[in-house]
Design a protein around this ligand. Sequence first.
Ligand SMILES: [Mn+2]
Length: 195
Amino acid sequence: MRTAKITRTTAETSIEVEIDLDGTGAYDNQTGVGFFDHMLDQLSRHALIDMKVRAKGDLHIDDHHTVEDTGIALGQALRQALGDKKGIRRYGSCHLAMDDAQVRAALDLSARPFLICNLDFRASKIGSFDTELVQEFFQALSTHGGITLHIDRIHGHNTHHVAEAAFKAVARALREAVEPDPRRSDAIPSTKGAL
Ligand SMILES: [Mn+2]
């Protein structure tokens, strides 16, 4: 079973994450940050990863700790659910078009965290949501999931569309990378023999 449940509590947030990599994209995400819930739902739906997130954070300060710590817990869950990564495709990429926005995501489940995130949002807010938190989330996901993750805005001007296209592109890339590779279901996909 490629599932994981992570509970992470600090003085700033209390997070519970449950995922199933072999799901159908069923989601139930409640973080108290509406736009972020909308993005997590996209991640689940388009990666076909079942996802339940409960986050209680210090939103009286701002959304920062809640978004970042959810990224940490989700990264830890991904890593745990992937186990030794035997039989997976490992790499994934997607050019995702959404109305005016096109975003490219390319990732490697390498255990070597590295983030390149060029989204260049035109606006600093989507509703009450700080757009710079998109990068904070992906940084946490990359670091704690052991993911080499590159995200580039090819074009697009509407900030909601660019952010949503980024989450959907990462989701589709993740779907590809975590999928079983039927041609080498018995092997860890690295010449090193370990990932
Ligand atoms: Mn939307």
